[in-house]
Design a protein around this ligand. Structure first.
Ligand code: HEC
Length: 184
């Protein structure tokens, strides 16, 4: 294929123009962090962290956010976050039979084991923060407040599997199948 001469010349000119831009883009003026600069009150190119700031990777391993009050709204948030972040492996009831497990991921223990029923709330908060064994950390996805919400919901799940019938309001008890009857 042969191109007319004027086209070749135009293409060549364009190529030269494009190349000419390259050095400007690659070599732009910039400041080093904390270099002298006129922008901020401290006379540097970046502001210093406010006193008391703790870098997230500098937090002590046992640091926990303040615990929010146990209210219905917290349980609802916990349920939503549990369904998103935990149920895929731990299952909606906490039995450890989530969809990812059914597809081959190592099965987590049931959250209804006596050991985990007895574990303090901080254990669940810490497992979410740091991970546990083959379970990776959820610190990057689950905010500190949400970790308490999920913990509260896990407590509700645990209670739901062990609650005595008498703990149900009378109106709810009417919906239970009679002895010997199976749930439809
Ligand atoms: C990708 C799958 C997966 C997800 C998602 C997951 N886990 Fe796990 N989890 C596991 C596995 C597997 C184990 C068992 C780890 C081991 O023993 O090595 C485990 C263990 C646990 C344990 C038991 C720790 C102990 O003392 O034995 C708790 C509690 C727990 N996870 C809570 C959670 C919570 C809360 C979430 C949601 C924020 C969550 N997990 C999300 C897989 C998962």
């Amino acid at each position: 294929m042969s191109l007319p001469l004027h086209r070749l010349a135009a293409a060549g000119g364009l190529a030269i123009l494009l190349c000419a831009c390259q050095p400007d883009l690659a070599d732009q003026p910039r400041y080093e962090t904390y270099e002298a600069a006129p922008y901020f009150g401290n006379g540097r190119s970046a502001r210093e962290p406010v006193p008391g700031t703790v870098a997230t990777d500098a937090q002590p391993a046992d640091w926990r956010a303040p615990r929010p009050a146990l209210e219905h709204a917290l349980l609802s948030q916990g349920r939503e976050a549990y369904e998103v972040y935990c149920a895929p492996c731990h299952g909606s009831t906490g039995a450890g039979d989530g969809m990812i497990v059914r597809r081959g991921f190592p099965a987590p223990p049931s959250l209804h084991l006596p050991r985990l029923r007895r574990a303090p709330d901080t254990h669940f908060y810490d497992v979410i923060t740091h991970g546990y064994g083959v379970m990776y950390s959820y610190a990057a996805r689950v905010r500190p407040g949400q970790r308490w919400a999920i913990t509260a919901y896990i407590r509700a799940l645990q209670f739901s599997q062990q609650a005595p019938v008498t703990a149900l309001p009378a109106a709810e008890r009417l919906h239970l199948p009679a002895d010997g009857e199976t749930t439809p």
